[in-house]
Design a protein around this ligand. Sequence first.
Ligand SMILES: Cc1cc2nc3c(=O)[nH]c(=O)nc-3n(C[C@H](O)[C@H](O)[C@H](O)COP(=O)(O)OP(=O)(O)OC[C@H]3O[C@@H](n4cnc5c(N)ncnc54)[C@H](O)[C@@H]3O)c2cc1C
Length: 412
Amino acid sequence: MLDFVIIGGGITGITLTKQLRLDGYNVLCLEAKKNAGGLCRTENIDGHILDIGGGHFFHTKYKEVFDFVFNYIPESEFNFIPRVSKIRIGENTIDYPLESNLWQLPMDKQILYLISVIRNGEALGMPEPKNYEEWIRWKLGNLICDNYMLPYNTKLWGVKPSEMDIDWLYKIPRVNVTEILKYSLEKKQDKSKFPAHISFYYPKKGGFQRIFDALFQDEKNYVKLDTKVEKIEKEKDGYWLINNEFKTKYVINTTPWNDLFEALGKPKKLENDFAKIKYNRIVVSLYEKEYSHNWHWRYVPDIKRNYHREFYISNFAKSSKANGMYVETNLKRFDGTEEVLDAVNLYNYTTDAAYPIPIIGHSEAIKNILEYYKPFGLFGVGRWGQHEYQNADVSMFNALMFVEEKKWNYQV
Ligand SMILES: Cc1cc2nc3c(=O)[nH]c(=O)nc-3n(C[C@H](O)[C@H](O)[C@H](O)COP(=O)(O)OP(=O)(O)OC[C@H]3O[C@@H](n4cnc5c(N)ncnc54)[C@H](O)[C@@H]3O)c2cc1C
């Protein structure tokens, strides 16, 4: 008899497995694929270090996460790198974020952008809108919206920003009109306004998976690979039965809830909520191309290009072969024929699930699902379990807190 079955062997599932096991519980983690690691996996393709889930960099605001990670892989095994991220806007490439670096544009464009910023809804005292497109116009003005944020976000998410909520926006920098004007006049931005990753850690050898591997090392015997969860039943005796095989007191899900709808017996009461849980899929395409700049990545809003972000691998993965780069493309836009700046395409990888899409109503839907299953001993933790735009550090933090606070023990 198990205390916990954990669904999914990504970084959330392994953090849960480790912490519960160290606390003396009987745990089994079930992973659908032949390899654990989920989005945090890295492949070596002809000497190029490729993080196949897309651009992955480590940083966190949580001391608990630094302590946890550096306990298994010492800080000395990382390079700590100040971030160099760019945006391609028309023919110009300037620093990220656009609104803080308008002064890097040619003067005629700068003037148009600044006029548009000054006339934005926030500056005019209008109330904050509730959908993402309106919010961008309100916050940053029409020009930044139409030339950058709208095309970029449409490409990335694969849904119209007008269908998206604004409850995840703590992820992006928030500067106001006064600050934008100040940066333009002073010709410098205040980098402390970056919400994350102003600098980041990246393994000196290999890729982001080094972090996962360090955590996974002692957990291998508690993870059953190649075992997709397809049936989750509550037995009359109060225990859960997973795939007709694993009997357990509690279940923790770290995978997309919408994919478990059938496994959970298509709960009629939650049908509408499950329908609002959506994710996109990203294709990561590796290329060889000469470059001599120091950029780590560049955002590409140009709607004529299918991909939305470029990464320059050897600028951050120091053990990678020179001249490797990759781009991220939403699967809906990927047709396999795009030529990336005259480069040679070596490899493409498609994620199973990349970003939880914050469509309007998603917060209420996930809340309903989690509240419904909690009294039965089924919980959700991490990027998919909580259906939130969480980076790996936040997912680890939530897993650490779930165990530390024994969140399965609560009063109804
Ligand atoms: C493009 C991109 C860039 C990112 N950049 C960063 C970054 O720079 N820094 C950072 O910290 N984070 C970044 N992240 C976020 C990070 O990848 C996630 O927060 C983290 O990997 C989530 O881990 P997880 O274990 O919750 O989910 P996942 O890694 O998705 O793992 C879920 C696991 O569950 C398995 N599974 C699915 N269904 C089933 C089933 N039915 N039965 C059994 N197993 C199943 C999957 O195979 C997978 O292994 C990025 C993500 C993306 C997509």
